[in-house]
Design a protein around this ligand. Structure first.
Ligand SMILES: Nc1ncnc2c1ncn2[C@@H]1O[C@H](COP(=O)(O)OP(=O)(O)OP(=O)(O)O)[C@@H](O)[C@H]1O
Length: 324
């Protein structure tokens, strides 16, 4: 869908993209990076709206430097910021965008009605958009990106400003853009864990550089971790500290739960251990060691739970130097 080769974008004082090389396959791809990582800059270059300083990129086989117009005919784009005229209705606006994309008047009206229904806007689509909630505005922005039936859509922070329920609904809609219509999606987010369930593939950029590009499953399964939750006792008022020390003596390498993301209930009493390798199969002897250590210390064992890494942990580990 997209081929990016050694792409750089330098502004006078900032390098927004730094020799980025990555390929995007059909499906849903999450482009993840902190604010300022270069996501919006990349999208603007892919649409042919902003020239790269160096390097090349193509979208659906078309060169972004010379075929921007043709790319924008076949690609849908949902910009990050509020961009809707307040005094026209969603229907008027989306019909207009469909006409701009080259649809004849009748087809534009039909496609607009279908698309607005698909994103969950009904009677309110005849009202001026100035009175819409953020969630409704985001839906209109998604609808105008889809109305001309593109092969690919680029969605820049579509969950921005939404509450948790609105976020989940938007992510569900995005997933269905691919499953129901076969349209490929490149969707950005600065929230690291947000796209885990929505995307087939995750690309992480940081400071304009590629940090990692892999399937979502690879991201979260690469290593298994064991969460061990214990109670405190009168003898050991800090159960996790004493367990960590004892496990280290036993040759294991326990660590604290990653910060970021909502702490799980009881997170203050959890010790994490990396177990198993690429396959995620735990070495049984590690489980035995943990159980015996907890028993010898006389702590209560609340749970031993094997779980997958979360994307946010990839970042946390990176910053502490554990993962290249
Ligand atoms: N027109 C511009 N002139 C100068 N600097 C720019 C311009 N556009 C972006 N930048 C800078 O380039 C860097 C990358 O910005 P970009 O908007 O691509 O990041 P982002 O990952 O999309 O973050 P956000 O989600 O906050 O928009 C930032 O440091 C930004 O300040």
């Amino acid at each position: 869908m997209i081929a990016i080769e050694s792409l750089s974008k330098r502004f006078p004082r900032v390098t927004a993209l730094d020799r980025l090389t990555v390929g995007i396959e059909p499906g849903v791809t999450g482009l993840v990076g902190a604010n300022g990582a270069g996501k919006s800059t990349l999208i603007k270059i892919l649409l042919g709206l902003s020239p790269a300083t160096e390097g090349t990129a193509s979208v659906l086989g078309m060169d972004v430097a010379t075929q921007g117009g043709a790319i924008r005919e076949r690609v849908g784009y949902m910009p990050e910021h509020d961009c809707l005229p307040p005094d026209v209705s969603a229907t008027e606006f989306v019909v207009h965008m469909a006409r701009m994309s080259g649809l004849p008047a009748t087809a534009a009206r039909e496609r607009t009605a279908d698309t607005l229904r698909h994103v969950g806007l009904y009677e309110e689509r005849y009202r001026p958009m100035g009175g819409y909630s953020t969630g409704m505005k985001q839906r209109v922005k998604l609808a105008q990106a889809l109305v001309h039936d593109p092969r690919l859509v680029l969605l820049d922070e579509p969950t921005n400003g939404l509450d948790p329920v609105g976020r989940d609904e938007m992510l569900g809609l995005i997933r269905r853009v691919h499953t129901d219509f076969g349209i490929s999606v490149l969707v950005t987010s600065h929230l690291l864990g947000e796209l885990e369930r929505t995307s087939d593939h995750i690309v992480v950029i940081d400071g304009g550089r590629l940090l990692r590009s892999s399937s979502t499953a690879d991201f979260t399964q690469r290593t298994a971790v064991l969460a061990v939750e214990v109670t405190d006792t009168d003898e050991h008022p800090d159960g996790t500290a004493v367990l960590r020390a004892a496990l280290r003596q036993g040759g294991l390498d326990p660590h604290e739960p990653a910060s970021g993301g909502a702490p799980a209930p009881g997170a203050g009493h959890v010790v994490m251990l990396d177990i198993g390798g690429e396959s995620g199969d735990a070495d049984e002897s590690v489980l035995d060691t943990v159980r015996d250590t907890v028993a010898e210390l006389g702590l209560g064992l609340v749970r031993m739970e094997r779980r997958r890494h979360q994307i946010s942990e990839v970042f946390t580990e990176r910053s502490t130097g554990d993962v290249a």
